[in-house]
Structure formats: C-alpha cells, structure tokens
Write a protein that binds this ligand. Structure first.
Ligand code: HEC
Length: 157
C-alpha cells in the first residue's frame, strides 16, 4: 500500500523530468523563439501544408525548398522584409509575435548553416510593420533577391 502511494507521489516529478529531458538541448537557446513547441505546432498548422514537414516544398518547385536557401535571403538587402511580406507569411492567421517566432524557428530549423552571424531575431513590431506592406509582384521580387544571392555567392569565390 505504502509503495503504491510513494509511486503516486513520485510520478509527477518523474514525468516533469522526462518532459524536460525530451526537449532538444538547443530549444531554450533559440533566439526569438520563446516557446519552440508552440512555434513547431504553428508551423504544422499554418505552413506545413505547403512547405512540407521538413521544409522541402513541392516537387514541382512551386513551393520552394527552405533548406540551404531560406536564411540566404537574410544576407541581401530586402530579403529580411521579403520573408515576412511573402503571402504565406503576411496573410497567416497568426498574430505578429507568433509569426515572428515561427519565422525565427523556421530560419534556424531549416537553414541554420546559412544564418548570418549578425542575424537578430525578428521581433513582433518588425513583423507587424513588414506584413502591413504586401508585395505587389512576389515572383519578381523573389527572382531579384535570388539573383543578388547568386551574385554574392560567385563574388565570394
Ligand atoms: C498555400 C501555400 C502556402 C502556405 C500555407 C504557406 N506558404 Fe510560404 N510560400 C509558399 C510559396 C508558393 C512560396 C514561394 C513564394 C511565393 O510565390 O509566394 C512561399 C515562400 C515562403 C517564404 C520565402 C522562401 C522562398 O524561398 O521564397 C517564406 C519565409 C514563407 N513562405 C513562410 C511561410 C510561413 C511562415 C507560413 C505559415 C505561417 C507559410 N509560408 C505558409 C506557399 C505557402
């Protein structure tokens, strides 16, 4: 009887310890992502339908892959704004703070190796400002940014 009772007392502590142990070690250290689990769920509910669970997009390339690409936008002028102004971001049914967190989470989850050293996390205010100025020609702006990214890649070789 006592043994069973002691187990009941201990189990919540064990459960909490297991929950903490299951969190990825880097989770709390991700800049601009106060709650990585919530950002992952926001991504799943609002973005994954098009971008795919691993950010690989669609095979036909209509939805571009995020890996080895997404964070490169942060290295060219206008790219930081673009990631917020692109319709999938700007029109998401998410308040600015949660959209900022999803974008920070996406950049670090799908393309951490290309995040510039001076990257500062998106803030809610910044996201609110950028999403209020939508792009009139998304594919044109995107193509210009890609051209700049490619030019800077060649320049550094
Ligand atoms: C209906 C499909 C769809 C949904 C849902 C969607 N996206 Fe996208 N996303 C796209 C497409 C297509 C592009 C390529 C640019 C364009 O044509 O809009 C894109 C591009 C992007 C880009 C720029 C990357 C690049 O290479 O162009 C970001 C950042 C982005 N989306 C973020 C998000 C976020 C954040 C969400 C969820 C809140 C989301 N998207 C939901 C279709 C979608």
């Amino acid at each position: 009887m006592w043994h069973a009772f002691r187990f009941l007392l201990l189990s919540p502590v064990l459960m909490a310890a297991i929950a903490v142990a299951n969190e990825p070690a880097t989770a709390s250290a991700t800049p601009g992502v106060s709650d990585p689990a919530r950002s992952r769920i926001d991504y799943m509910l609002h973005c994954q339908g098009c971008h795919g669970p691993d950010g690989s997009g669609t095979r036909d390339g209509v939805v571009p892959k995020l890996e080895d690409q997404l964070a490169k936008f942060l290295t060219v002028p206008g790219g930081r704004e673009f990631l917020v102004q692109v319709p999938g971001s700007a029109n998401a049914a998410l308040p600015a703070d949660r959209l900022a967190a999803v974008l920070n989470w996406m950049v670090l989850t799908f393309d951490s190796s290309n995040v510039p050293a001076d990257f500062s996390a998106y803030s809610a205010d910044e996201v609110a400002k950028f999403r209020s100025t939508p792009l009139s020609d998304v594919s044109k702006v995107r193509a210009e940014l890609i051209k700049m990214i490619e030019a800077s890649n060649t320049g550094s070789r």
